[in-house]
Design a protein around this ligand. Sequence first.
Ligand code: ADP
Ligand code: MG
Length: 746
Amino acid sequence: MLKLKNVSKFYYSKGVIASGFTKINIEFHLGEFVAIIGESGSGKSTLLNVISGLDSYEEGEMYINGEETSHYREEDFEEYRKKYVSNIFQNFNLVNSYTVYQNIELVMLLNGYKRKEVKEKVLELIDKVGLKKYKKTKVSKLSGGQKQRVAIARALAKETPIIVCDEPTGNLDSRSAKDVIKLLKEISKDKLVIVVTHNFKEIEDLATRVVKMHDGKIVSDKEVVKTEKVKNLEVREFKNIGWFNKIRLGLRNTFNIIPKFILMFIVFFFVTISLLSVYGSFRKNEYEESKIGYNYYFNDLSDTRIVIKKTDGSSISNDDFNKIKELDGVSKVVENDLILDNTMWFESNDGSYFNLSGNLNDLDSFEGKLDYGRMPENDNEVIYLTTSYDYYFVDKLEEAITKDYYLEGDTETFKINVVGVKYIQDRATIVGVVSNQQNMIYVSGNILDSYMKRINHERSNVNVIINNKSYESYVAPGYNFDIRPTDRVSSGEAYVSEAISYACKDYYCRNKNLKINVKNLYYEDELSLNISRVYTDKTVGELLWLNKTNPINGSIFISNSDYNKLFNKESYQASVMADHPENVDKLCEDLEELGYTTLQIRHTLENFGAEALKILKILKLVVTIILVVTLFFISYFVIKLILKSRNVYFSTLRILGANFIHLKRILDIEIFTDATIAYLVYIGLTLLVKFNVIYIKFIANIYEYLKLRDYVLMYIILVLMSYLISQRFSNKIFKNSAMTSYREEV
Ligand code: ADP
Ligand code: MG
């Protein structure tokens, strides 16, 4: 059944040729229990390895079941091992990190059995070798004798006709040795069992045939017990391990050696963190740099801001605003965006120089938590968002908070009290330029409206026409022709100062006509009023209920409703804030479709030293690439080192007859699982940081700048990396014959 004809085996090592055995002629049959004896170095192991298809032979022919094997390649020998031969070694050759059950199951899975089919058989075999109590015990915890029983059970599970045992008792005490030999004898009934041993005595009574070797040759071959030689060798068809079981083994291997799992996890986690934080900080800088710059026209330079006007120049109605608010990616619509670009300056009027300044904003849009004080309760109360190095609102905060503040140059109408303070976080400074985050004064909607009118007023050209003569009007209390709203005057009327009597016919203004003409970028309007009163310095207080701290002489007072007619027009220009810089482009397209002209504020910035920034950017890119490549190789070598401990496992599987592609898949799955877990842990942490459950600085620093696409890319890199590592590693194991790679490791 198994026949060697003039077979020789040579070893080549370091240029020296050694002979394993020469010109062996022998034939084995089913039913035999063969003992091969001979002194050390006589070629016994070499012969067994050749018979097992673990080593190649250089000369002669070996026949299995009548088929010649000298043309066999490695894949054919894999098949051969799987079909015909089980091995039992002196050092057991088990998977130490697997349980007894798993070791035996392994070979059946590799032979393509389904998991369900396997269970009964494995338990039966465990029972047969007397290890019922130990089926869930890790093999590493067993004694030598017990290990060898597992090896025998595994050999039986493989269901091959030939079982080859190389010094199976070499590491056992004499009692265990006796048991093992007995067990081997028991299973040899319809199989061919070949046992190599030093200790002939232990096998003497049981062997049916004794072969003696000396110096690479067979010197005697005696059949001591006549056996009935079973002629028909029936080999069942073997399937290959299925996907499901490959995944199971891959997963088992991922977790069954905990320190290995942790080390691999750390490496992949480290790779994920490093790549993402390098990439993330690169993106962050890019983003911050894009925000640096200045602009002569706009004050609020948020990168999410889009300034819009109707393309046909008409005003934007409430309906229009509602439509805009429904667009995707809109976070806020500022209907009259003049407030965004006007820095308002407030100062205390007690000569103490306390002051504050910033852009006005609606209290409703205040986000976050106050660092000091409380939320406003009435129209005069405001929240101040300022820097953490603000002298008045940090060093002198207790005092600053008690003061009354007036709009610069107007101690009458616009008084505020700061009741809450919040400090601007992280005003990033890059290459010495301070980013554009503004101080903000959050006021109630009512107050915001009146400021709006005032700003609109300031931004318009206003002329007062009396007696057919036109006089320019400036917004500054106390100047002649300054227009001021009051609820003491009824609509259609105006109170004027005697200081402008010179403009009226006959120096007499009462009941004469006065026109106010307003012109600005968007509209022109004129209002005709009757001068019903002329006031003097003395009568102004009583007439208008004003306390005269500032000179108001020269102003023209009109009713609030008339003032609204002139300055509280519909919006002509508004700002749309996108919820994310990413969405600005798309939003602009949508707005243009609705009939607006758009201007992205971020495109209006002029940069200091743009050239220098460009060079810096290229440099950073180069550094990043070098870093990524280096990182890749470092992790690659670390993982290779960790995987070295897996060599024994894979050569064991090869000896069992597993082929390259299946082993590679099992390894793929193992590494891939490790990488995926590391990746998912990172993603999990990112989500926790995002939803404020925990705070991890390096993640918090970058996650906003990474997009879904970056995370996907990162995962692809990890998967690719695990694939490459697996590829390289399995190629290396399969470079040598199964026995050589096994020998190298043990
Ligand atoms: P045994 O098992 O009978 O002790 P071996 O089969 O191990 O003997 O060895 C037979 C001969 O082959 C010895 O001379 C030994 O030095 C040589 N040999 C065995 N294995 C190798 C090897 N891997 N490389 C080179 N020579 C080897
Ligand atoms: Mg030997």
